[in-house]
Write a protein that binds this ligand. Sequence first.
Ligand code: 13P
Length: 249
Amino acid sequence: MRRTLIAGNWKMNGSFAANHTLLTEIIAGLPADNAVETLVCAPAPYLAQCAEILGKSTVAWGAQDVSAHAKGAFTGEVSASMLADSGCKYVIVGHSERRAYHAESSELVAQKALKALSENIIPVVCVGETLEQRESGETSAIVAAQLQAVMDVLTAEQMGSIVVAYEPVWAIGTGKTATPQMAQDVHAFLRSQLAIKSAEAANAVRILYGGSMKPENAKELLAMEDIDGGLIGGAALKAADFLAIISAC
Ligand code: 13P
């Protein structure tokens, strides 16, 4: 059985004061018997704050990006070992906002995933098509190529330990959500692609849905067979909404 993972991606939001309120409300609101793995991915300057507040809780924290380099003269970059030092369990790689605004290629995303794994950090590899690509029937080809670049550099065993997030670009921050069936179709396709590399990996890898997931639509999406959790942007910034999504699992 794949354990459901609900991950918040705060993107470039937060402050010490706001994070303190959000995190303490999340901890206080989680049910004592919470079976859902819960994660927040914070901006790098706040990872130490996450460690301090979440350290004794069941909530994990992670980063939103990692350098493809190990160390050295790469001004502005944050290495996987630094994220490990900050207690990160996960790191998002290849978010569509990084692919679009920072020209990240799928090959670079794959190198980032490798670096994360080298420090025992689980990469959450994001894939997804734009509206134009969906309308021209390219969804499968796009997400397959994005995933393939990662499969090309990871071993079958490493593949089994990653998380994949399907985030249709047209659904991110737009209020438009893929219908549960639309998302399920892509998730099942991604799982079939993983199976080409390894049947065990295909079975083990959690595939999250991201794109305007909120309390009102979470239950239906999370009920689909191949949707193993959510990667949540806007709704992860409000404790009540984030907790409501967790209880929808
Ligand atoms: P929204 O939930 O705000 O649409 O963002 C989704 C996302 O990009 C999570 O990584």
